[in-house]
Write a protein that binds this ligand. Structure first.
Ligand code: ATP
Ligand code: MG
Length: 774
């Protein structure tokens, strides 16, 4: 067996307890940056290394695909390090590169590829690829394994079509976006169209339920699912079919969930079913060699608009811990040290969140030095605000050898705020990436090409067929398409059945007959190949055979050139997918493209300034963070101004933003701002007033500091007592010279441990003792 003591040494005692907790339920609650994700990652490694758990029996849920990738890489590295010691008696990093690669690929093959680690959506789409054919919805409809996943924009257009074309509703009264949102909410609460109608019997509710019903029909006709179905259907399937549930329950012996505070009821139900096999009789729970391990922070619950509910986290112990003798099982571990942020940043975050009433108080202590003060900046307008941030970025990058462009993040409340920052970054030639801008897979050309692939994988996918039937143009007019579609509807079959039947086409397609038959033959030929050739080969055949590339080339515009490059990038993504994945089927590739959420950027590991919304920043960390647009009505947003619960959620969002920063934090607001077209005066955010003033510095104070040529901490009397750092040498009146070995607490409650020569270690309140720095 491999020695594990090594890697567990990188954990504190509480983390270690969580990691080593072998069986039963465990909740890890802790503030930001306390190493929750780290504990979860190490726990997976420990289960496999120490307890010989088969990686196949582990299910780990992360919030983004990127987080899942990072987690797998981390585990791969931990294992490779262990093997390096075992095989070569040396550190992994000291091995020649080819040995490193060899070890890593061995670990991948033996461990990582069998691990089920991903987002709820990606994990469940995998489960459905196995078992969806055993599911029936309330109307007895069924789906096939090669189902398409309709992404948000597909779902939107479907709803829009139903609202405006099929039902001829007034789209002001029934805004397709809001209707789509209402449908999604209904699904997240587990309501069928009928149940929604019962729930909301007024005209509006009934109409939405009607749209929902038709929407479901259309999904079923296309053998397609939307994102919500990917969660809801497994839950229903597990409830319907005991055999299926038993199988997955048996397979997943250890379930781990990160960011548990943002789970919704359906996701909760799923975890519960998988963990307990649906048993309500707790005495039947077999926790032997099973565990449910969730980590989270109720103060970071920021997705209530997607029905996330942090009470689920608060109820974990009660829900999962019942029936277990207290003395036998511990069901909660708290982590109280923050390893991420300098103390000033952490203290600001802690004080801010204390303004929330709906929370459980917890301790979060800094382990790092106090760091620099937080810089608060008032700009004239949004452009000056962007200029300020980018000026700071340039200066810090130039002056600090340890800092590169990738060290910076600019966080904002709404996507629309990124533009002025982007303008300046482009002008100054600074590399940057916007997380959650227009998603790569949402671009027109990418959607076109993927529609070809979807039509190959799932011929029932009429939405995709209609997208490509005349793209690029091949002389199939709208009237012909309507004829074909109507015929399919009359007969109650899907469009492909008409298209693939030459006789029907000859009858229906008029002047376009030849083109339609040619198109159908092309698609049909490819369909027969998808089982035998690789995804990248199919893609290449499609790109060339469909005339898509040729069409872009003949256009010859800059825009077409751009599109061409994106299509090329998609081809690269397919190659990458083939290299990285266990399941390399076309269906798996399509699932990975549909589920690449807006939080996952295609370009990774590049040294670029990151721009993203606060929501997207969850779980991440950066040496330098700019939190911009801190204005009343923007952040907190206007909807929360008269709604205390919503305001608390905005505050949690601010807490998330602040706690992303490791070394430096800049907060800014503008005096006036042009947003959504009009220029308005802006008031600085109330969140500023909730931060301790002594932790903030402003421009004028900075200038003063520079003039006085003294270090920052000496300017302000209060501060001088707060910036004590481990390793500093100090003079105490009675005990003489000593060295600080530990700093406890913060603000006025600070105390320090000092080691005096000959006297040992003493804990002292520096405000009382009047320590002098040496
Ligand atoms: P968040 O609430 O933001 O998701 P978290 O609790 O998941 O934060 P991590 O991201 O796991 O925290 O850890 C924060 C940082 O602290 C990371 O850089 C991590 O490597 C580091 N860290 C965690 N635990 C330790 C430890 N015991 N010793 C040193 N560094 C640690
Ligand atoms: Mg985390």
């Amino acid at each position: 067996m491999i020695a594990t003591s090594d890697f567990l040494g990188h954990l504190n005692p509480s983390q270690r307890r969580a990691v080593e907790h072998h069986c039963g339920p465990l909740l890890v609650v802790a503030g930001a940056g306390s190493g929750k994700t780290r504990a979860l990652t190490f726990r997976i490694a420990n289960l496999i290394l120490k307890h010989q758990v088969n990686p196949e029996n582990i299910l780990a849920v992360t919030f983004t695909n990127k987080a899942a990738r990072e987690m797998k890489e981390r585990i791969q590295k931990l294992f490779s390090e262990q093997l390096a010691m075992q095989y070569h008696s040396t550190k992994f990093d000291l091995l020649p590169e080819y040995e490193q690669t060899k070890l890593k690929s061995q670990v991948y093959k033996n461990t990582i590829k069998d691990l089920w680690c991903g987002t709820f959506h990606s994990l469940l789409s995998r489960i459905l690829r196995f078992d969806i054919e055993k599911y029936q919805d309330e109307k007895g409809r069924q789906w096939k394994r090669n189902f398409s996943i309709f992404d948000e924009s597909d779902a939107q257009s479907l709803v829009k079509e139903i609202v405006t074309k099929q039902l001829n509703l007034d789209d002001k009264k029934f805004n397709p976006r809001s209707v789509r949102y209402a449908i999604s909410n209904a699904k997240n609460q587990g309501f069928s169209p009928k149940e929604l109608e019962r729930e909301r019997p007024d005209y509006k509710g009934r109409t939405i339920a009607q749209v929902y019903g038709i929407y479901q029909d259309r999904l079923a006709e296309n053998n397609a699912l939307d994102f919500d179905d990917l969660i809801l259907i497994p839950v229903r399937l597990f409830q319907q079919n005991e055999q299926v549930l038993k199988y997955w329950h048996h397979k997943f012996r250890h379930i781990l969930v990160d960011e548990y505070q943002d789970t919704n009821r359906t996701q909760y139900e799923l975890i519960r079913l998988l963990a307990t096999n649906g048993e309500t009789n707790k005495s039947l729970w077999d926790w032997d060699k099973r565990s449910a391990f969730v980590v989270g922070d109720a103060d970071q619950s920021i997705y209530s608009f997607r029905m996330a509910d942090f009470r689920i986290l608060l109820e974990f112990q009660e829900d999962f811990g019942d029936g277990l003798p207290d003395e036998e099982t511990q069901t909660m571990v708290k982590l109280e040290e923050n390893y991420r942020s300098c103390e000033n940043i952490l203290q600001a975050a802690n004080e801010l969140i204390e303004n929330n009433t709906q929370r459980i108080d917890k301790i979060l202590k800094a382990t790092r030095g106090s760091g620099e003060q937080i810089y608060a900046h008032k700009a004239d307008d949004e452009i000056a605000e962007a200029e300020f941030a980018i000026h700071q970025i340039r200066t810090l990058e130039r002056e600090n050898p340890d800092i590169n462009w990738g060290s910076f993040a600019i966080l904002y409340r709404t996507n629309a705020q990124s533009r002025p920052f982007e303008d300046i970054l482009v002008r100054q030639g600074i590399p940057y990436s916007v997380v959650g801008g227009l998603k790569f897979y949402d671009r027109k050309e990418i959607k076109d090409v993927l529609a070809y692939l979807r039509a190959l994988a799932n011929p029932a996918d009429t939405v995709s067929l209609l997208r490509i039937i005349n793209t690029p143009r091949r002389g199939i007019g709208k009237a012909t398409v309507d004829n074909l579609v109507n015929a399919a509807q009359e007969l109650g079959v899907n469009l492909w059945e008409i298209l693939s039947d030459e006789t029907s086409v000859n009858t229906l397609a008029g002047r376009s007959t030849k083109s339609v038959n040619k198109f159908a033959k092309m698609i049909g030929d490819w369909q027969t190949q998808i089982e035998t050739v690789s995804v990248s080969e199919v893609l290449q055949a499609v790109l060339e055979g469909s005339g898509y590339i040729k069409d872009l080339k003949t256009q010859g515009t800059d825009e077409a050139e751009d599109r061409l490059q994106n299509v090329q990038e998609l081809y690269n993504a397919a190659l990458q997918f083939e290299e990285d994945s266990d399941d390399v089927s076309l269906q798996a590739f399509l699932a990975s493209t549909a589920l690449s959420s807006d939080l996952d950027n295609l370009k990774e590991g590049s040294e670029a300034v990151s721009l993203m919304t606060l929501h997207a920043s969850k779980g991440l960390e950066f040496p330098v963070v700019f939190l911009v647009g801190l204005e009343q009505g923007l952040f907190p947003n206007y909807r929360s101004m008269n709604d205390p619960a919503a305001l608390e959620e905005e505050r949690r969002l601010c807490y998330v933003g602040i706690t992303r920063a490791q070394e430096r934090l800049f907060l800014s607001h503008a005096r006036e701002r042009r947003l959504y077209g009009s220029r308005e005066p802006a008031m600085r955010s109330q969140f500023f007033d909730e931060l301790p003033e002594e932790l903030l510095t402003t421009q004028s104070r900075r200038r003063m500091e520079r003039r006085s040529k003294s270090p920052a901490f000496a300017v302000n009397g209060v501060d001088s007592n707060q910036n004590w750092q481990v390793g500093e040498r100090v003079l105490h009146k009675a005990f003489g010279i000593g060295e600080i070995t530990h700093v406890f607490g913060g603000g006025k409650k600070i105390s320090v441990a000092i080691k005096f020569s000959g006297l040992g270690q003493k804990i002292i309140d520096p405000q009382v003792a009047q320590l002098q720095r040496m």
